[in-house]
Design a protein around this ligand. Structure first.
Ligand code: PHE
Length: 456
């Protein structure tokens, strides 16, 4: 097994470098950018949070993404087996495969709530199509959300079920067949619609206030909890620390440049989040809504904008449709590590593996669907089931996974291996990457963790 590089992936290959870029961008750009980023930025007071998040994307995100693609391409298997194989190749302990198990579990947990939120999007698509947002005010939008989502566990379960089925169908077809066509046109259209929303937001008269909120640092709002959340979100939004990018990397042709690709994906992902923020906060301020409203933030702001603009029914419907598709391309990637694990290690067919994991995730999703109603009293440390799964995955599992990947790629793999696999022509780029992956990323993640739990 000296030259694993000639083996390719057991599960197929992207037809070109561009498809990998699009698929990885499809995995990265999702609810995290448009639904989650604005609401957590709002909860953490805006600017400083945004700054720390951007820093984490650049300093931790890009080098770790390069490491994940590199490991995935070299291993060509499900993350558990990729790590086991590369550890064996480097004569290191089998224990390293634990990163793969942790990541696979994180994907399952994330998808359980992600699918419920995607279900909300599905419900809102239906409202948009029927013109329900016409002449909406902030109050009207809040009332619709309270009545149709928070107070309606049945709608949530039905939409969550539909969305899980949509995801499972694509994954059962195999990622490259199911996914490639989906991303080429849809991502650019989503960005265009976000820009239309920004156009509306500019005219609310509160655009400058929103820019100040997002970009003028106010260090009074600085807290170590915010730093941990910002770091966790950097991992979440780039789909890092859980093996998604690793498994997508497994389908990458050997000739592609990993460094350039990673920078492009991280930049595109960050741009989408910032544009979403610029679209949403002016509407928040113009309508007297609460920036810290939490997960319902976009469902209370976006309908107001579309309800009051010319052509709003059409644009509103398109917006929720594209958000749904963005969530779809991400959820596919959340399911893939678990499915490939069952195929490789338990000898299942792809369809059977999809059904097994899909069922588990579907049932787990009830915890989130009922967090705002039937089970709202079920809390631990004051957090509902949804909040706990989110905290556990984004703030703990993904950064820890990222830390493990950085240490593995930087310290366990030999310099020759990583150099050959990354295949960077420019020595300075390689040296910088190695410095980041060996020192800067592990030290930063560790400090943020220790600080958040009160040790330093
Ligand atoms: N990055 C996706 C988003 O921002 C979520 C995701 C996380 C997808 C982890 C895959 C893996 O919505």
């Amino acid at each position: 097994m000296n030259d694993t590089r000639s083996q390719g992936s057991a599960h197929g290959q992207w037809s070109s470098r561009l498809t990998f870029v699009l698929a990885a961008t499809g995995a990265a750009v999702g609810l995290g950018n448009i639904w989650k980023f604005p609401y957590i930025a709002g909860e953490h007071g805006g600017s400083v949070f945004v700054l720390v998040y951007i820093l984490c994307v650049a300093v931790l995100g890009v080098p770790i993404m390069m490491a994940e693609v590199m490991l995935g391409r070299r291993g060509g298997r499900t993350p558990v087996n990729t790590l086991r194989m590369l550890a064996a190749e480097a004569r290191a302990s089998r224990v390293w495969q634990i990163i793969g198990w942790g990541g696979t579990l994180a994907g399952i947990l994330i998808l359980s709530y992600y699918s419920v939120i995607a279900g909300w999007t599905l419900a809102y698509l239906q409202y948009a199509v029927t013109g329900a947002f016409a002449n909406f005010t902030g109050d009207g939008a809040s009332a619709l959300f309270a009545q149709s989502i928070t107070g309606n566990p049945l709608t949530q379960v039905v939409c969550h079920t539909l969305f899980m089925v949509m995801t499972m169908v694509i994954v059962a077809r195999g990622v490259n067949r199911g996914l490639e066509q989906a991303v080429v046109y849809l991502m650019p259209t989503l960005v265009a619609l976000l820009l239309i929303l920004v156009g509306y937001a500019v005219n609310t008269g509160h655009f400058m206030q929103a820019l100040a909120f997002l970009f003028t640092p106010d260090f009074d709002k600085f807290s170590s909890a915010s730093v941990l959340t910002a770091m966790g979100h950097a991992f979440f939004t780039l789909s890092l620390g859980m093996g998604t990018i690793m498994i997508y990397g497994a389908y990458v042709p050997k000739t592609a440049s990993i460094a350039g690709t990673s920078v492009a994906i991280a930049a595109a992902d960050t741009m989408v989040a910032l544009i979403a923020g610029m679209a949403i906060f002016p509407i928040v301020f113009a309508n007297g809504l609460d920036p810290a409203a939490g997960p319902r933030l976009i469902f209370e702001t976006v309908p107001v904008a579309f309800g009051n603009m010319a052509g709003g029914t059409l644009f509103g419907a398109l917006f929720f449709l594209l958000l749904l598709i963005a969530a779809w391309t991400s959820s596919i990637s959340l399911l893939e590590p678990g499915v490939t694990l069952l195929i490789e290690n338990f000898g299942m067919t792809r369809s059977r593996a999809v059904v097994c994991i899909g069922l588990v995730i579907w049932i787990l999703g009830f915890g989130t669907a009922f967090s705002s109603n039937l089970w709202s009293h079920v809390t631990l440390f004051g957090l509902t089931i949804f909040q706990q799964i989110d905290y556990l995955t984004s703030n703990l599992m993904l950064p820890l996974g990222g830390l493990g990947i950085a240490v593995f790629a930087g310290w366990v793999l030999t310099r020759d291996t990583s150099r050959a696999e990354l295949n960077v022509r420019n020595t300075a780029v390689y040296t910088a990457w190695r410095l980041f992956i060996r020192w800067i990323a592990p030290v930063t993640v560790s400090i943020v963790f220790l600080h958040a739990i009160g040790v330093v």
